[in-house]
Design a protein around this ligand. Structure first.
Ligand code: ADP
Ligand code: MG
Length: 340
């Protein structure tokens, strides 16, 4: 759980802080008619630095597991304006001109650094490539293909599961290269300004790093005995569009169409998570097909993947009901087990 600081606007209008970290993964919400404590693996309070979140969330371990060939996913979710994009990318994604100070870099850039360091220390036998997609109004768009966005088909096959056809995958071997892909893609992302956040993301974005360990090629006579197989892992970063109540954000027309498709896909995600959280014996069919988002996340959620969820919340009294709903959602998600 990450609790962001109160914003200037919230402080100015006198919002109360209703969320407090109690230490040891406990977070306490107290307001007039609510008093609840939740437990999580880790809680980062408003004062926590970006580095503390990276080190304390298990992100480094996730990068290592991806290098070892696992499918790893980290996703940030929570109300619009709760700090999802900040946690993943830092404030840098919001200004085109000034690069952010290194201390403010988010989980993504820190993971890239870690990945490239590991790659160097292993004598660069890792082949790295990235793809970057967004789901906007239930359409999948490639954020790395230049020009106007075009929708890509989502397909299913027995061997690959759900996959996006014709998505671009760009090789990289330096931090500058991958950060520049991230920036280019983020600028193409669909955002609109509304009451809760001036740069609100109106789409779900998925950046996937494909990591292939090149097989060592031993001389032909040892091939039979101990050829090192190549491994293929992925590290996927998911920045979900925020949940919101249409009334509160002043959304109308096109914005309310967007809000409805965002809410519908988040609902589908929540539904899958609730079902996945049930004990295996009692589990019914999981409706991944209900939205593009759940189809793309099917493997991360319930299959063979390893997933880190960062639930972002605002401490403000005005966000109380959304905060409680995020905390309940996160508590359910915590009970999901996968078999990596
Ligand atoms: P979301 O992506 O959830 O809609 P953002 O990440 O865009 O929200 O955050 C909303 C605002 O709050 C931004 O101006 C961001 O810079 C600020 N913010 C979020 N989290 C933090 C934090 N931990 N520390 C300082 N500012 C933050
Ligand atoms: Mg955002």
């Amino acid at each position: 759980i990450r609790v962001r600081p109160l914003t200037c606007t919230e402080t100015r209008r006198g919002d109360q802080r209703v969320v407090h970290s109690l230490g040891d993964g406990a977070v306490h919400v107290s307001a007039a008619r609510h008093d609840a404590t939740f437990g999580f693996s880790a809680v980062f309070d408003a004062g926590a630095s970006q580095e503390a979140v990276f080190e304390g969330s298990g992100m480094r371990r996730l990068v290592e597991l991806a290098i070892d060939g696992f499918s790893c996913t980290v996703f940030a979710f929570g109300q619009t304006g709760s700090g999802k994009t900040y946690t993943l990318m830092g404030p840098l994604a919001q200004s085109d001109t000034q690069p952010a100070s290194p201390a403010l870099l988010g989980l993504m850039q820190r993971s890239f650094t870690c990945l490239l360091e590991q790659s160097r220390s292993r004598g660069s036998d890792l082949a790295l490539s990235a793809s970057y997609l967004e789901i906007y109004n239930e359409q999948i768009r490639d954020l790395l293909i230049p020009g106007p966005p075009c929708a890509l088909p989502l397909r299913w096959s027995k061997t690959r599961g759900f996959y996006v056809e014709n998505q671009l995958s760009v090789e990289f071997d330096s931090l500058e290269a991958i950060v520049s892909l991230l920036l280019q893609g983020s600028q193409r992302r669909r955002t609109s300004a509304h009451a809760l956040n001036r740069h609100s993301s109106r789409s779900h974005a998925l950046l996937t790093i494909h990591i292939r360990s090149r097989a060592h090629h031993p001389p032909p006579w040892v091939l039979q005995a101990g050829a090192c197989p190549s491994k293929q892992g992925t590290l996927c970063f998911v920045d979900l569009a925020g949940s919101e109540r249409v009334k509160e954000t002043g959304s109308s027309g096109e914005l309310s169409v967007e809000a409805n498709s965002i809410n519908r896909s988040l609902l589908a995600l929540g539904h899958c998570i609730s079902l996945l959280a049930k004990p295996r014996g009692k589990r019914t069919h999981i409706p991944y097909r209900d939205s593009k988002l759940t189809r793309l996340l099917a493997r991360s959620l319930g299959g063979s993947g390893i997933t880190l969820m960062v639930a972002c919340i605002s401490p403000s009294s005005r966000c109380l009901s959304e905060t409680l709903s995020t905390l309940h959602y996160a508590s359910r998600a915590r009970r999901v087990t996968s078999r990596p």
